[in-house]
Design a protein around this ligand. Structure first.
Ligand code: C2O
Ligand code: CU
Ligand code: CU
Length: 430
C-alpha cells in the first residue's frame, strides 16, 4: 500500500517450467511464478495500481476481466506491453464484491498466451458482503478453483485442436490451480468454491459425483440476491460462479463435469466436448468439522439495470467468421454508446457452433433466454454468457464509466480460438 492508500501490485510475465507430472518438466508461462498468477485482492472504493512487467520474448497485455475501469486501463489489444516494457494501469474499484480474473488479450494470440499459463484471480470485497458471514477464510473454507483442461505430448503441452473440432483446443484431463488429480482436505462444514472456467474452449457442467445439492451464491459480477439450490452449473470459458457445499465429517465427494443438454446439436456434443465427463476436484472432509453459520436468505443487491430504462437496443449475430459478419478490425469502431445510459443488447447464435458473449467494462443482467425468463443461475450480474447454437439472449447494461472516444472496449466470443479468428468487436463510450 502506498502512502496515499493506493494498493500496489506487481506482476511479471515470465517464462518458466513446472513439473505437472513426475520427471516431466513442462515449459510454461506465468505471472511472477512458473504457472498462473497470484490471487490479487482489493476492496470497493480502493485505488489500485498494477506494475505489469513483460519479460516474455513477445508483446502481450493484461486484461482485468469483469472489472469496471477506464478504457485505457482495460488491458485489451490496444494496451500492448512490448517485451522488456512495463505498463502501470491505475483505477478505483467501483463495483460489488466479486470473483474476477486477469489474462492476456493480444489480438490473434490470446488462446496461446492463456494456454501457456497466463491467468489469475482478482477478488473484490465490500463491506456488505463481509457482513454476511459467508465462508471467507481464503484457502481454508473459501477456495479458488481455476479449471483448465490440458493435454500433454511428452513433457510439453499439446495445444493442437485436432480434426473435426471447430471450437478450438480441448484437453483430455482437467487441472485445478495448475494441479493434476487435485484433492483438498477441508475442515469446515460449509466450503465455498470460487469456480473459474479458465479453459479456452471447453464448457463444463459442474456437479458432484454423488449428485448432492449445493448453493450458488454468486455469478460473474458478484453475489446473487438469494442463494440458488442446484445440482449442476454450466460455465463456458471466462464465466465464474461461487458455490457453497455442505460436508459431513470424514466423507469424500468429487466435483465433476457432466454431459450437457444445453450444448447445441449432436455433432457438437460428440466432437465439441459436450458429452464428456471429467473429474475436477476431490473434497475430503476431516473427521471433525468446524461448524459454519447457515447461509442467510438475502445475499447481495444487484446493481445491474433491469432493462426498463434502456435507451437503445443493438443486435449482435454470432458467427465464427465474425460478429454481425464483420471480423475484428483494430482500426474500426463498431458501436458508440452514450455515457450514463443503459442499453439492451440482443445476442443470437446464428451458427452451428457453440459461442459465448463477453462485454468489457460492464456487468449485465440477462433479461431473456429464448424469449423467456432466464434460469435462476443466470439471474445475477454477468459479464459473459453462454450462447449455444439456436439461442438468443437479451442483456441489459449501463455504461457509466468516463467517456473516451479514442479508446475502445471489446465485446467478443470467449472461446479464445474464435476470439483470435476475429469474433470480436469494439465499442467506445462518449
Ligand atoms: Cu476475458 Cu476480452 O476477455
Ligand atoms: Cu474481459
Ligand atoms: Cu465462439
Amino acid at each position: 500500500v502506498k502512502s496515499d492508500g493506493t494498493r500496489l501490485f506487481e506482476l511479471t510475465m515470465r517464462a518458466g517450467e513446472k513439473e505437472f507430472r513426475a520427471r516431466h518438466k513442462t515449459p510454461t508461462w506465468g505471472f511472477s511464478q512458473d504457472y498462473l498468477g497470484p490471487t490479487l485482492r482489493a476492496k470497493r472504493g480502493e485505488k489500485v495500481e498494477v506494475k505489469v512487467r513483460n519479460t516474455l520474448g513477445e508483446a502481450s497485455t493484461v486484461h482485468w476481466h469483469g472489472m469496471h475501469l477506464p478504457a485505457k486501463m482495460d488491458g485489451g489489444p490496444h494496451q500492448m506491453v512490448a517485451p522488456g516494457a512495463t505498463w502501470k494501469p491505475k483505477w478505483t474499484v467501483d463495483q460489488p464484491a466479486a470473483t474476477l480474473w486477469y489474462h492476456p488479450h493480444p489480438h490473434g494470440r490470446t488462446e496461446k498466451h492463456v494456454q501457456r499459463g497466463l491467468a489469475g484471480l482478482f477478488l473484490l470485497d465490500d463491506k456488505k458482503s463481509q457482513a454476511l458471514a459467508l465462508p471467507e477464510k481464503y484457502g481454508v473454507d473459501d477456495l479458488p478453483v481455476i479449471v483448465q483442461d490440458v493435454k500433454f505430448d511428452g513433457a510439453k503441452f499439446d495445444h493442437g485442436h485436432g480434426m473435426l473440432r471447430d471450437t478450438g483446443f480441448l484437453g483430455d484431463r482437467a487441472m485445478v490451480n495448475g494441479t493434476l488429480d487435485p484433492y483438498r482436505t477441508v475442515g469446515d462444514e460449509l466450503v465455498r468454491l470460487r469456480l473459474l472456467n479458465a479453459s479456452t474452449a471447453r464448457v463444463y457442467a459442474f456437479g458432484f459425483s454423488d449428485s448432492r445439492e449445493f448453493a450458488q451464491i454468486a455469478t460473474d459480477g458478484g453475489l446473487l440476491e438469494k442463494a440458488n439450490r442446484l445440482d449442476r452449473i454450466q460455465l463456458s470459458p471466462g464465466e465464474r460462479a461461487e458455490i457453497v457445499v455442505r460436508m459431513k465429517p470424514g466423507e469424500r465427494t468429487v466435483l465433476r463435469s457432466f454431459p450437457q443438454d444445453n450444448y447445441g446439436g449432436a455433432w457438437q456434443k460428440r466432437f465439441g466436448g459436450g458429452d464428456d465427463t471429467f473429474d475436477v476436484l476431490e473434497l475430503r472432509a476431516a473427521k471433525k468439522l468446524r461448524p459454519s453459520p447457515e447461509l442467510l436468505g438475502r445475499l447481495g443487491e444487484l446493481e445491474v439495470p433491469a432493462g426498463k430504462d434502456s435507451v437503445r437496443g443493438r443486435y449482435f449475430g454470432l458467427l465464427t467468421s465474425g460478429i454481425n459478419r464483420k471480423p475484428m478490425a483494430m482500426g474500426r469502431i463498431d458501436e458508440t454508446v452514450t455515457r450514463g445510459t443503459a442499453e439492451t443488447w440482443t445476442v443470437r447464435n446464428e451458427d452451428g457452433v457453440p459461442h459465448n458473449f463477453h462485454v468489457h467494462d460492464v456487468q449485465f443482467r440477462v433479461l431473456e433466454v429464448n424469449g423467456k425468463e432466464p434460469p435462476p443461475e443466470l439471474r445475477g450480474a454477468k459479464d459473459t454468457v453462454f450462447v449455444p447454437s439456436g439461442m438468443t439472449v437479451k442483456l441489459a447494461m449501463r455504461f457509466d464509466g468516463p467517456a473516451d472516444p479514442d479508446t475502445p472496449y471489446m465485446y467478443h466470443c470467449h472461446l479464445l480460438y474464435h476470439e483470435d479468428l476475429g469474433m470480436m468487436g469494439q465499442f467506445v463510450v462518449v
